[in-house]
Design a binder for this molecule. Structure first.
Ligand SMILES: [Zn+2]
Ligand SMILES: [Zn+2]
Length: 386
């Protein structure tokens, strides 16, 4: 399988670099979506477009098998100015494929062609090309627009390249794998005044400072020490002059957890603590608590199935059976709330020159493209059996 995909590599490396040259932000993947749809149709897939705007599903039905499999790739780029200077660097100012979604799309397309032409299977294959993984979450939009009603799946899988792991190394994990991610904005309204007369004001700077410190006690004092939680205050905006007490302060928080109950606890404690703090300083507070991506939970049987496929493809030395959970988040989590499945990592290369995703010098490693595609093709063959 790996050899067959390696022989197709040149075509798909060229396609990957073409995507890299023409990155598009979430929900604006028009060119990317057109390109994917044209290829899939050429290879005999029935193409369903316009799910979450640029999202699409390529469907292939074979034989009398009743099993239905979903494979998902993300397509969007990031609002980052690329600092690479190679020939396939981004042509769009301020937009860059800095997370390797160009690679994920090319991997799934390479697999799609090989599966259509050479893989013997029986059942329904749904190739899901999803917009806006980075923002605002295309998975949820596709699901809200009826993805799994129109294209039911018994299992759904996705992969993400990961710098820091050797090229082509598979990392699996069952259970909670990526954190939930919630955005919280806290706005304090007090009474502004002269910096020389604080007793005539209600100072939101002191109140917000106290809130920032109090928030630190949630992870240290309320969350079970054996659980994972993060509360980061990433923005603190108030005031402009040294002698003016401002009337308004704003805090922006990123809140993460690897367990659904811990996520609930964090929200409950943040709300209670912020309200009590604001009251004690006699300032008004509004809390805008936006639940973003959920905890990504890989189901055990599907993860084990994916491990067996990788074992057959690359052998035990090139895989980690149960990797570490990450505090990053991923919107494939939403698909896994509706369908069993597994999300796995594919090493993008380690050591010198390997650059983390979301860095302006990052690039997807084309050498792993055939490995990823062969993995999908073999997974289809093993899952959709006669
Ligand atoms: Zn990313
Ligand atoms: Zn990504």
């Amino acid at each position: 399988m790996l050899q067959a995909l390696q022989s197709r590599a040149a075509t798909f490396v060229a396609l990957r670099r073409d995507l890299h040259r023409h990155p598009e932000l979430g929900l604006q993947e028009f060119r990317t979506s057109d390109l994917i749809a044209a290829r899939l149709a050429e290879w005999g897939y029935t193409v369903h477009r316009g799910i979450a705007g640029t999202g699409l599903v390529g469907q292939l039905l074979r034989g009398t098998g009743t099993r239905r499999l979903g494979l998902r790739a993300d397509m969007d780029a990031l609002p980052i100015q690329e600092e690479n200077h190679f020939a396939h660097a981004s042509r769009h100012t301020g937009v860059m494929h800095a997370c390797g979604h160009d690679g994920h799309t090319a991997i799934l397309l390479a697999a799609a062609q090989h599966i259509a032409e050479s893989v013997d299977f029986s059942g329904t294959l749904n190739l899901i090309f999803q917009p806006a993984e980075e923002h605002p979450g295309g998975a949820k939009i596709m699901i809200d627009e009826g993805l799994f009603e129109r294209f039911p799946c018994d299992a759904v899988f996705a992969l993400h390249n990961m710098p820091g792991h050797p090229a082509g190394h598979f990392v699996f994990r069952e259970g909670a794998t990526m954190a939930s991610s919630d955005d919280v904005t806290i706005t304090l309204n007090g009474q502004g005044g002269h910096g020389a007369m604080p007793h005539k004001a209600h100072d939101v700077v002191v109140a917000a400072s106290s809130i920032v410190m109090a928030l630190q006690t949630i992870v240290s004092r309320n969350v079970d020490p054996l659980q994972t939680a993060v509360i980061t205050v990433g923005a603190f905006n108030a005031g402009q002059a040294n002698n003016v007490i401002p009337a308004r302060a704003k805090l922006a928080l990123s809140v993460r957890a690897l367990d659904r109950d811990v996520r609930d606890l964090l929200e409950q404690r943040i709300r209670a603590l912020v309200k009590a703090q604001a009251e004690s300083f006699d300032v008004q507070v509004t809390i805008d608590y936006k639940r973003d991506y959920p905890v990504l939970v890989n189901t055990a049987p599907e993860t084990e199935f994916a491990r067996q496929v990788a074992l057959e493809l690359v052998g035990p030395a090139q895989m980690t059976l149960q990797g570490q959970a990450l505090t990053g988040s991923e919107d494939f989590a939403t698909m896994l709330e509706h369908c069993p499945g597994s999300y796995l990592l594919l090493g993008n290369g380690a050591g010198e020159g390997s650059c983390m995703v979301h860095n302006p010098c990052y690039d997807f490693n084309d050498a792993i493209l055939p490995t990823g595609a062969a993995f999908w093709a073999l997974l289809v063959q093993r899952y959709l059996t006669h």
